[in-house]
Ligand binder design. Structure first.
Ligand SMILES: [Zn+2]
Length: 649
């Protein structure tokens, strides 16, 4: 093996890149030449990959993701786990996808092709070829760099699970041989699973993308070159530093819009590039405004958008299997030609996927192992951004009198769900796709919103800014978020996170009993003597005396999670009493002896605990008929939940 640079010098280079200009430690650099062949739905690629061993031990084996092999046959781990269906799309058995490594070698050195072997670190499924290892002739020492050259062919599937083709629309993601992450002393290079996304190291990308000249191209990063070739093709050059993936798209039916976006506080200057399919031009301004909103919200609340471009890709009709997906500086949205204004699907998808640019792109969470750090924090940010720009009660739906905010839509995903899995779990260990998504998206978002209401918006805002600032362009774990939350709030929060992140249970407090009983005149045997309300005179006296009531409120903990509670009790004379309870026991009784009856009682009256799975049992009033209304409301919520599951991405 040829040592490209001596170890010490490579370490200095890596450090220099980081200290002087670069935003991240450049562990990798990719230089890829790729040619799209539309006729065969494939990409011919030549990749020069430099990788620096940023660990403290020598490494003699390299591991790579070959994601596209997930779609190679019906026995891959992805297809087995998903049953061949992803996001409502079935795999097309006439159009499997795969990636072939034609040659892999050390640059100007040993040919490693013969050492290639597929491995299955997660499930030992011998038919899964989504992870490959090669053995080096000599180890790569700490801080030493190795450069490899790889020739590969990627055959795209018909649009499925984020990438592929549909007609002449091509979304090319997870498409090149990608080195794993050497993390905590070992390779972190998981197989491609049905319910997981990705994890990679930061670095610099340069790609030369060749397509037929009538195709419009979008890609990660900034375009630095464009050449017309003699064979009727065009080559576009894109470069981007400080990212951990590269994706591109090509379609002759895109209409390209470019718009300069600037913000003064904080200072942001970037170029918005929208590639809208010509049948969806009606959605263009909706996409553009949502993207401006996203840029403003994220820059103001977390940190200024750091890249020179942001590209929105609108998949072709029929290509939505590639919609709603994030890549560094590029994401896919989704709409239809008939999308009514009051259904905020294009807006929500735009803000959500743009937001991933922060919680997956800039903060490099490990989506295989702790997907909530991306999807959950991003769904929380999405709720806040959607509510700010589209209204608390109308941020998801505002059509024909039906209104629904994003917070309610997140709650609907959690209400009535099974208690199988916690929020923190490896993505492929969930019982089902719906358990994965309700936990890492919705329940995690509700956890963040509950935390915000518990600590206060100011504190939460400082937590988020600190977490972003400290972990941008690095790889945090759950413990790092918890540490920031405790440090900034000055509170010990283990009691909260240990329940909500690691147990599959739920939060549900209720008013389980509410009654007002009149305290009567003495009647019965007292100290051996019979006492009766004596005579009609005494009864008349009792009648004119003010009555006294024993008012009882019982608050119950129906779920396993424990959270301190506030209870608001209202009496017949309008008096309001607030009580608190540590919420630990299964129930707590409050008794009030008063000349008036209790009218109502409510636990968590400000709805701070949005994690509470049932608001309908949070309050009671003395009149029994309200229960009927409550039941009807529950039925309506279940119906809405069903409706939502049809439209959610
Ligand atoms: Zn997402």
């Amino acid at each position: 093996m040829k040592k490209a640079v001596i170890p010490f010098a490579a370490g200095i280079l890596l450090l220099n890149a980081f200290l002087f200009g670069a935003l991240s430690r450049h562990v990798v650099s990719y230089d890829i030449k790729a040619r799209l062949v539309p006729e065969t739905k494939s990409v011919e690629g030549h990749e020069v990959l430099s990788w620096t061993n940023d660990s403290e031990a020598a490494v003699s084996e390299l591991q790579f993701h070959l994601y596209m092999n997930a779609f190679k046959n019906n026995r891959t781990t992805f297809i087995k786990e998903s049953g061949g269906t992803s996001r409502g799309y079935k795999i097309d058995k006439k159009n499997w996808g795969y990636i072939n490594i034609n040659k892999i070698a050390v640059q100007e050195g040993a040919d490693l092709t013969g050492t290639m072997a597929y491995i299955q670190p997660d499930d030992q499924n011998p038919d899964d070829q989504t992870v490959m290892k090669v053995t080096l002739p000599a180890p790569v020492e700490p801080q030493q760099k190795i450069t490899l050259v790889i020739d590969f062919t990627t055959k795209l599937p018909k649009v499925f699970a984020r990438s592929g083709f549909f007609g002449n629309f091509f979304m090319i993601g997870q498409w090149f041989p990608k080195i794993g992450v050497l993390w905590n002393g070992d390779w972190n290079c998981h197989q491609y699973h049905a319910y997981s996304e990705f994890f990679a190291d930061y670095g610099a990308y340069r790609a030369e993308l060749t397509v037929p000249e009538n195709f419009i191209v979008g890609a990660t990063g900034k375009r630095t070159g464009e050449t017309k070739n003699a064979d009727g093709t065009k080559t576009y050059v894109h470069v981007q530093e400080d990212v951990h993936d590269f994706a591109w798209t090509a379609c002759p039916e895109f209409v390209e819009f470019r718009e300069k976006y600037t913000l003064d506080n904080p200072r942001v200057e970037t170029e918005m590039i929208l590639l809208v399919h010509r049948s969806h031009l009606k959605s263009k301004e909706r996409y553009a405004q949502a993207l401006r909103n996203g840029l403003e919200f994220y820059s103001r609340n977390y940190g200024p958008y750091p890249y020179e471009t942001i590209t929105l890709v609108d998949p072709a009709p029929g290509g939505m299997g590639a919609g709603g997906m994030e890549y560094p500086t590029l994401f896919t949205a989704g709409t239809t030609s008939w999308m009514p204004l009051g259904i905020r699907m294009p807006e929500m998808v735009t803000i959500h996927e743009f937001g991933h640019g922060y919680w997956y792109g800039i903060v490099g969470s490990n989506e295989f192992e702790e997907a909530w750090l991306d999807e959950g924090i991003n769904s929380y940010s999405e709720v806040k951004a959607m509510n700010k720009y589209y209204g608390d009660d109308t941020s998801m739906l505002d059509i024909c009198g039906v209104r629904m905010g994003d917070l309610v839509s997140q709650r609907l995903r959690v209400i009535g769900s099974g208690r199988f899995d916690p929020i923190v779990k490896r993505s492929w260990d969930y019982i089902s796709g719906s358990s994965y998504s309700l936990n890492v998206y919705a329940k995690a978002a509700l956890m963040m919103l509950t935390l915000e209401r518990w600590l206060g918006e100011d504190v939460m805002s400082r937590i988020m800014k600190t977490y972003y600032e400290r972990w941008k362009f690095r790889h945090p774990a759950t413990k790092d978020f918890v540490q920031v939350a405790e440090e900034v709030s000055g509170q010990e929060l283990g009691w909260f996170f240990s329940q909500v992140l690691y147990s599959p249970d739920r939060l549900d407090y209720a008013i389980s009993d509410l009654r007002a009983e009149e305290i009567n005149e003495p009647d019965g045997i007292f100290e051996g003597k019979t006492v009766e309300p004596k005579d009609s005179q005494a009864k008349r006296d009792a009648a004119i005396k003010p009555k006294t009531y024993r008012n009882t409120v019982v608050v119950a903990r129906l779920g396993e999670w424990i959270f301190p509670q506030e209870i608001l009790i209202v009496f017949g004379d309008g008096q309001k009493v607030r009580e608190t309870w540590d919420g630990r026991d299964r129930w707590k009784r409050f008794v009030f002896t008063k000349p008036v009856k209790v009218v109502s009682a409510e636990v968590d009256p400000e709805h701070k605990l949005v994690l509470d799975v049932n608001y309908l049992n949070n309050s009671r009033i003395l009149e029994p008929q309200k229960l009927v209304v409550a039941r009807a409301a529950l039925g309506f919520m279940h119906w809405l939940q069903g409706l939502l599951s049809l439209v959610s991405l």
